[in-house]
Design a protein around this ligand. Sequence first.
Ligand SMILES: NC(=O)c1ccc[n+]([C@@H]2O[C@H](COP(=O)([O-])OP(=O)(O)OC[C@H]3O[C@@H](n4cnc5c(N)ncnc54)[C@H](O)[C@@H]3O)[C@@H](O)[C@H]2O)c1
Length: 314
Amino acid sequence: MKKILVTGCAGFIGSHLVDRLLANNHKVIGVDNFNDYYDPKIKKKNLESALRLKSFKLYRGDILDFSLLTKIFKSERLEKVIHLAARAGVRPSIESPLLYGKVNVGGTVNLLKMSVDFKVNQFIFCSSSSVYGESKRLPFTEDDPCENIISPYGSSKRAAEFWVESFFHSYGLKSVILRFFTVYGPRGRPDMAPALFAKAILSGKTINQFGDGFSSRDYTYIDDIIDGIVRACYKNFDFEIINLGNNHPVKLSVFVKTLEKIIGKKAKINKLPTQHGDVEKTWANIVKAKKLLDWAPKTKIDEGLEHYLEWLKK
Ligand SMILES: NC(=O)c1ccc[n+]([C@@H]2O[C@H](COP(=O)([O-])OP(=O)(O)OC[C@H]3O[C@@H](n4cnc5c(N)ncnc54)[C@H](O)[C@@H]3O)[C@@H](O)[C@H]2O)c1
């Protein structure tokens, strides 16, 4: 029974991970500052079931607060750290680059330092397909040089990856970097396309569609992502970077049509120019995930969106 720290535990992915780790009989320590990037009430609700269990302990606070982190690491004797806390979202990162640098890079460095000082066995860093930016090598493969990053969010994640790698080389901190591709599903972030589009169609409101509808995303269902994180957590790699994506990019126009079919209503679309920071396509090469984690996504987009819509309507 491993004791695991999950940072960003109240968020979309973090709260699902906490639930799965608790179901697998782990002791889970969570830290989250419940910031107002989106309604903190949603985050409180995400943790409702976890908070009923004795095997879960929540620390409300900031990963930039070094004394709080010292208190957590000193009192909890952690075996693994799964680091999800971050400022997410590409477009807002263009408005607040300093905040993204501070939290996503500075916060990660704090946690790395703590993990070394308190002899954590393994550090799992949750990164993003945004590090591939506008790379022309498709599908995106882990050995890509990532030289075409086009958003502060992508840069902050790549910079944090470098720190993780350097801590492995300098201090022997065993680490895995997982690069997620557009995650969707129940509890999905309200600022992301699946939530914005589904809510607009359900309520008959107009959708702002940026670009011509030809851009595509490798939408990956939350349960598949959680399965990948847990598999990585049960291995003990020295240092690896692994993509977790669906390996089936879906064009925005097809994505909207799929939602229309499930909801049974036509979308009202307002076409706008492509936004800065948005890449044309994301597509994960998942050969490495298959080989190292025996992982493959199980959920097709229409199936995943149906589960999501069921949850959203509730
Ligand atoms: N959702 C996706 O499609 C996606 C894709 C790629 C990577 N990721 C990464 O996965 C992780 C989780 O993403 P998510 O979609 O669940 O986002 P989320 O915003 O729902 O969750 C992040 C959580 O971190 C917390 N947090 C933020 N700053 C903090 C700080 N300074 N101190 C303590 N807690 C803080 C937030 O309150 C939030 O609950 C992030 O690192 C994100 O970059 C997500």
